[in-house]
Design a protein around this ligand. Sequence first.
Ligand SMILES: [Zn+2]
Length: 533
Amino acid sequence: MSRPFDLLIRDGLVVDGTARPARPADVASDAGRLTVLPPGSGAAAARVVDAGGLVVAPGFIDAHTHSDGVAILDGGRDRELVRAAVLQGVTTEICGNCGSSLFPALPERLDAMRAEAEISFGGDVGAYPDFAGFAAAHAAVPRINHLVSLVGHGTLRAGVVGPVDRPVSPAELRTMCELLDRSLAQGAAGLSSGLIYAPGTYADTGELVALAAVAARHGKPYVTHLRDEMSRVEEALEEAVEISRRSGAALHVSHHKTAGRHGWGRTARTLPRIAGLRAGGMDVTCDVYPYTAGSTALAAMLPPWANDGGLAALTARLRDPEARDRMRLAIAEGVPGWENTVGNGGWDRISVACAPRHPTAEGRTIAELAAAAAADPLDVAADLLVAERGEVTIISHSMVEEDVRRVLAAPYAVIGSDGVPKPGGRPHPRWAGTFPRVLGRYVRELGLLSLEEAVHKMTRLTAMRFGLAGRGVIRDGAHADLVVFDPAAVADRATFTEPLLPPSGVAAVIVGGIVVVRDGEETGARPGTVLTP
Ligand SMILES: [Zn+2]
C-alpha cells in the first residue's frame, strides 16, 4: 500500500481555475504538490478535509495590493489587518502596485525613502536597495500566504533622482534602468506605474518606454495606474498602449475604471478598445475591484506641483495661504494633463478613511467637515494634511455600478482588491471583502459571471499574467494553494463602517499543502513565502 498523502480534500466540487465546468473530485496534497483523484477515492491521508457540498478552487491570487509592508509591521503576529486577505481565500498577494514599492533605491537615498515609507505605511517598514533586500526582510517574518512584488516606477524615480518635479537626465534614466534590471533579475514580477501620484506623475512617456523596455527583456509586464481615470481616461489608455507598443512589454491596466461625472459610461468605449487591441494580437489585460468607491491619498487630490519635493515640501506649501489659493484655483479650473478628482466630482464625494490624529474626521466627507467648521473645503483638507504630516487616506465615491459590472464581465479582467492595509482608521472594505463579494454578489445574486469564470479571473488568468508557473490551477503537480468555500453562502461582510469584518462561507484555506484557515479561524501555520516568477 502506498504512503498516505499529507492532506486529502474529499467529496468537493472542483472548480479548477481554467474556466472548465466544475466536476466532483478528491484533491490530495503531498509535499506541497497536488494530485487529483476520482471522487470517493478513499485515499489515505494524514489530514482530511470533508468538502461535501463545497467548492474546491485554487487559492485566490490578489492581482493588486498595497500590502508591501503590512507583514513586516505585524512581525508575524496575528493582527486582523494581515489576516484579512487570507480569510477570503487569498493565498498569493501581488504588491508593489501603482508605482509604489519598498525598493529599489541608491544607497544614499535609502534613509529618505525609509522616512517617507514610515509615514505612508503608518510604521517602520524599511526601504530596500533591491528586490533581494525586500524579499529577505519578508523572509525574516513568518507569513501566512505568499507574496509577489512589482517594481514601482515612482519608487525607482524617487530612489535615483528624489521626489522632484523635473525630467530625468539620460544618466539618471540609465541608472533607473540598471536598478530595475537587477530587481527583475532577482525575481520582481514586473514594472508598475502610478501616473497620478508624485513623483511618478512627473515622468513623460519616453521615460516610461525606456523602463518598460527593460521589463520586456525579462518577459514581464508593464502594469499601470493610468495618468487619468476620469475625463481623459481614453487619452491615458492610449499613452499606456503607446508605452507597450514602443517598449514591447505586455500591458496590464490596474483597477480599470472610468470615474467622475465626465467619465461615467466610458467603459463602453475603453473596453471595446482593449478587446480590439487583443484581437489584433496585443497582450493587454486589466484588473478590477467590485466596488463603486475608490480609495487613495488625500494629497493626490492636489495639483502635481503641490507634491513637488516630497511630504515635507507639501506640508510647507500647505501652510502658505498664497499656495493654498493657487491649489483652490487649480482644482476649480483644472491643469492640463492632471486628473483633478475633486474638480470632476466634488469634495462631497471624498470621505476621510484614515487620519490617525483625527479619528472624529474618519467616515465623514470633506464637504461635511467644511460645513461643520464653516470653512472652505480646501482649507479643511489642507489643515488635515498638515496635522497628519501629509498622509491622509480617503475614499472617493466616484464610479457608477454599470461601469463596474462591465469591467468585471470583461473576459481579460482579473480580480484585484487594491487593498491598502495600514493600521488605524476605516480603510476601504475591499481589502477584506473583494473576493467573497465577487462570488456572492456578482456570481450568485446577479449572475453577471459563472462561478467557473469568476474563479478563473481570481486564479489561473492572474497566474498567467504575472508568470506564476504551476499556480492558480488544480491539476497534478500544481502547487497546493487551495480554498474551500460554500457557493450558496460565500459573501463579503466588510462595510465602510466595519471595514475588516471577515467574510462568511469560506471553509478552509490551504497554502503550500498546509491548512492555514479552518471555518474562518486561523490555524497558526505560517507556510507563506516570497515568490519569484
Ligand atoms: Zn492605483
